[in-house]
Write a protein that binds this ligand. Structure first.
Ligand SMILES: Cc1cc2nc3c(=O)[nH]c(=O)nc-3n(C[C@H](O)[C@H](O)[C@H](O)COP(=O)(O)O)c2cc1C
Length: 373
């Protein structure tokens, strides 16, 4: 590979230095009880952290009990949830990674089943799980995206306060990066498309008005999040086949988000069928990423369908972004970043591995003689 790989170059954002450009993006595991993370989350993310990704995101954390998307969703709606989150970030920090928190709020009162839950006989898993997952029976399964015009002004005011408190809790829990989930299915996203937003007030109508609530949200979150820690915003690059949100709109939105204190636009949702269908290099995600970097100068994180280090390096060197987010490939093999560094000759001494693993592997290479003591 000509020149030094960009994938393994450090990146500074505010007070944070990432060792490389590889991010494990948020991935719901539907395993929290009453919104609280447990040993599963510690084990799951530790595997990833030991594998060499520089920044590891916890799955989406709901800012309110009613804002959860799925049964078993992680939450950050009360101070009591901070202790378990702090245990998680402390342990991951010991492994040398930065840890990200994604704040999310689903529109309606809804809690979908975990994707693998199926009825057993006559037992409806939704009803059976009410107690296990601390669900309110009134929260029903709703498949549609939220609609912006269903939120009264006082609901929106309240929502800003709830996000602010969640950001404060995230800081107290020790997270290094905060991300606002503005991808499909979330409240901020509902404001962007004229299809979802039929409001007659200052939050609806022309694009400048439709982006104003998500921008206000970013300002509020920024004010509650420490100045030296980066703020990301996950945005969907385009509508899913519906006309209404274009590359130029994403550019205008990113410009406003930058002024609100957002440091990175995360386009790695992979949630848009258009982006997914076209592939990362030629699709809407690529066009949006390039336009934001060129016209706004804001760093971008791309992902969705990247298969490993060759793809990821190509995405960076093709100018798509500063960071790559890989989720399913990292589940398949959490160690792929370490393997990539090895195959590129960047880490001949296995220094990037956790010390016990590095020691063991060097002894395999014959560099370390076992002392057996
Ligand atoms: C099981 C699963 C759960 C996910 N949960 C989240 C989530 O909590 N928040 C989010 O923004 N994206 C979520 N995603 C999307 C991923 O962050 C990512 O954008 C997507 O998997 C595409 O990247 P990949 O091809 O590298 O897996 C999830 C994806 C999967 C497969």
């Amino acid at each position: 590979m000509p020149g030094d790989p960009q994938l393994f170059s450090p990146l500074e954002i505010r007070g944070l230095t990432l060792d490389n450009r590889i991010v494990f993006g948020p991935m719901a595991t539907y395993s929290a009880v009453a919104g609280t993370v447990g040993d599963w989350h510690l084990t799951h993310l530790s595997r990833i952290a030991a594998g060499g990704s520089a920044l590891v995101f916890l799955e989406a954390a709901a800012i309110s009990r009613q804002g959860r998307m799925f049964q078993g969703a992680v939450g950050i709606w009360q101070d009591e949830q901070i202790v378990a989150l702090r245990r998680l970030t402390d342990f991951l920090h010991q492994q040398g990674v930065a840890v990200g928190l994604q704040l999310t709020c689903r529109g309606d009162d809804m809690l979908n089943l975990r994707p693998w839950d199926e009825p057993e006989g006559d037992v409806d898993p939704y009803v059976a799980n009410l107690g296990i997952w601390d669900m309110d029976p009134a929260m029903t399964e709703v498949a549609s995206d939220p609609l912006a015009h269903e939120y009264a002004r006082e609901d929106l005011e309240e929502l800003l306060g709830i996000y602010e408190q969640a950001a404060r809790r995230g800081a107290e829990a020790g997270f290094d990066v905060l991300e606002i989930h503005g991808g499909r299915g979330t409240i901020p996203h509902a404001f962007l498309s004229p299809q979802d937003n039929k409001r007659g007030d200052e939050y609806g109508g022309v694009v400048e008005s439709r982006i104003s609530f998500p921008v206000q949200l970013a300002e509020v979150v920024r004010s509650a999040w420490p100045e030296d820690r980066p703020l990301f915003y996950r945005a969907a690059p385009v509508d899913s086949g519906r006309v209404g949100w274009r590359v130029a709109d994403s550019v205008a939105f990113a410009d406003e988000l930058q002024q609100a204190g957002v440091d990175v636009i995360d386009l790695a949702s992979g949630a848009s069928p258009i982006a997914a269908g076209d592939g990362i290099v030629d699709g809407a995600q690529a066009a949006t990423a390039r336009a934001i970097r060129r016209e706004v100068g804001l760093p971008v994180m791309v992902g969705g369908g990247l298969e490993g280090h060759v793809d990821s390096e190509a995405a960076l060197s093709d100018g798509l972004g500063e960071l790559v987010a890989l989720v399913r490939p990292t589940i398949w093999n959490p160690n792929w970043p370490l393997h990539a560094a090895d195959s590129l000759g960047i880490d001949p001494d296995k220094a990037a591995w956790q010390p016990p693993y590095g020691f063991a592997l060097r002894s395999l290479d014959g560099d370390d003689t076992s002392t057996d003591d």
